[in-house]
Write a protein that binds this ligand. Structure first.
Ligand code: LMR
Length: 330
């Protein structure tokens, strides 16, 4: 009797160990992105790792892969759907294949400033866009800023005519393609990891980037002129594989969601500081000139690019574009 109960006890504890062992198997979250670590997104990914591992010790491990190390543009979304990576934060310009709604963020001169963008992102339309790709297997978990984009080129760009005939590197977005065509330029879709050498070797003549990418990728070393155009927004959607996210244990997902909310707030605060600081560092480098536009010159760019808005509004959805415009009013 005694032996039997001992054996039973051993078996029971072995079963328990096995069960708890299974329940406690560490969840590995691979977070892949294409930018440098000294950028808003790079820092956000590291902060997420730190907080997740601090608050979920033994339960969650986060591996961050910056600089297109693991997957570059064009591959990271597929990798997410295949489960080869669990978290990515592509720029909002890189979702063309999954939803038209998100293209609203690419429309030139749509938002007055970052505060308007935040109002739109945090409002009902912005929040609905996060959930708009679940049927395709993607769930949006939040928006992260980088900053407003600036034009750069091998020659000074003051009026839209100055861009005529120049080749510009763009992200994989049809709106950005139309935007450069509208000023008579020749857009070329290229992965982020290829931009520096494309600018250096003259495969393209110009680009559009927020200050932090221009600084961290050293684009200012191979672009003699920047124009402070603030003509569009570069931000990110943090996305997970919907099934992976839904299947996370009940004691893990809410903790990660809370962490993401904290990290998002921090990234968005730091993004402004990155923009200002990196702009200054580029200026101080003496390797490029930063040109300002007069209100008239800026208006000329806006007018030249306006047809893009009219062309793409029906595709994106008039309600979405209207909601974005309404966010310009505080
Ligand atoms: C780009 O391709 O220019 C950007 O989307 C890169 C990034 O992630 O900021």
């Amino acid at each position: 009797m005694h032996v039997k109960s001992t054996i039973q006890a051993i078996l029971a504890s072995a079963a328990l160990a096995l069960l708890t062992g299974v329940a406690q198997a560490e969840i590995v979250i691979k977070f892949s992105h294409v930018v440098a670590e000294n950028t808003p997104k790079g820092q956000g990914a590291l902060k997420f790792k730190k907080l997740a591992e601090e608050r979920l010790p033994g339960k969650v491990k986060v591996e961050v892969y910056p600089n297109s190390q693991l997957f570059g543009d064009g591959k990271e979304m597929e990798a997410l759907l295949l489960g080869d990576v669990q978290l990515i934060a592509p720029s909002l310009s890189k979702f063309d294949r999954y939803t038209n709604q998100i293209q609203v963020f690419d429309l030139p001169f749509l938002f007055n400033d970052i505060a308007a963008i935040h109002r739109f992102q945090n409002g009902p339309t912005g929040q609905a866009i996060l959930k708009s790709m679940t049927k395709k297997g993607l769930i949006g978990l939040g928006y992260w800023d980088n900053g407003m984009k600036q034009l750069s080129a091998k020659k000074p760009l003051k009026m839209p005519e100055d861009a005529k005939g120049l080749k510009f590197r763009i992200q994989a977005s049809d709106i950005l393609e139309a935007q450069f065509k509208a000023v008579g330029a020749i857009p070329q879709k290229l992965a982020f990891s290829e931009v520096y050498s494309a600018l250096e070797t003259g495969v393209v003549d110009g680009a559009e980037n927020p200050w932090s990418n221009a600084y961290s990728q050293k684009f200012y070393e191979v672009q003699p002129y920047f124009t402070e155009s603030n003509h569009g927004y570069l931000g990110y959607m943090l996305v997970a594989n919907n099934k992976f996210w839904e299947d996370l244990p009940a004691d893990v997902r809410p903790v990660l969601e809370k962490i993401l909310a904290e990290v998002t707030a921090e990234v968005n605060k730091s993004a402004t500081a990155f923009s200002e600081g990196d702009r200054q560092k580029i200026k101080d480098s003496g390797k490029t000139q930063i040109l300002q536009l007069t209100p008239e010159q800026r208006a000329a760019w806006q007018t030249a690019m306006k047809p893009v808005l009219d062309q793409f509004t029906p595709k994106i959805g008039k309600d979405i574009v209207d909601a974005a415009m309404a966010a310009n009013k505080p």
